[in-house]
Design a protein around this ligand. Structure first.
Ligand code: FES
Length: 57
């Protein structure tokens, strides 16, 4: 069975990983131009958030 991980990057998107490979980068700052995915706009917006991880096994 594959392991799914949600890696909340510091000051950035939620990286959805499957078996350690990044499948998607989801926006969590609200400024993306290609929602629900991260467009990189978080940096210019000055988005700040802590890093954390959530693993589903
Ligand atoms: S987290 Fe990257 S654009 Fe929102």
């Amino acid at each position: 069975m594959s392991e799914i991980e949600f890696d909340f990057a510091k000051d950035g998107p939620i990286l959805v990983k499957k078996s350690e490979k990044v499948e998607y980068a989801l926006c969590r700052c609200g400024h993306s131009t290609k929602k629900p995915f991260c467009s990189g706009a978080h940096a210019a917006a000055g988005f700040k958030a802590d890093a954390t991880k959530l693993e589903l096994k």
